[in-house]
Design a protein around this ligand. Structure first.
Ligand SMILES: [Zn+2]
Ligand SMILES: [Zn+2]
Length: 74
């Protein structure tokens, strides 16, 4: 349930450092937790397969690399 991002930044006091991703299609920067970000669990690490909500619609919720359904990134 807890996001792994929590492990980053043991320093208290600063801001937590939002996990930001770039949409693979339009290069829009996406803030996980604030923007709707979709990812392919297969390709997110290999290709940086993260997508904004509008491109996710265009892709019909399918990864353009492996055709698996995209999942919301948390
Ligand atoms: Zn996009
Ligand atoms: Zn994929």
């Amino acid at each position: 349930m807890l996001p792994l991002v929590k492990l980053v930044g043991a320093n208290a006091g600063g801001h937590v450092g939002w996990a930001t991703k770039r949409c693979r299609i339009c290069s829009k920067s996406l803030v996980v937790g604030e923007d709707t970000v979709y990812q392919c669990s297969n390709c997110s690490t290999k290709y940086g397969a993260y997508f904004c909500s509008s491109d996710t619609k265009v892709l019909h919720h399918r990864c353009p690399y492996c055709k698996q359904p995209l999942e919301p990134a948390v």
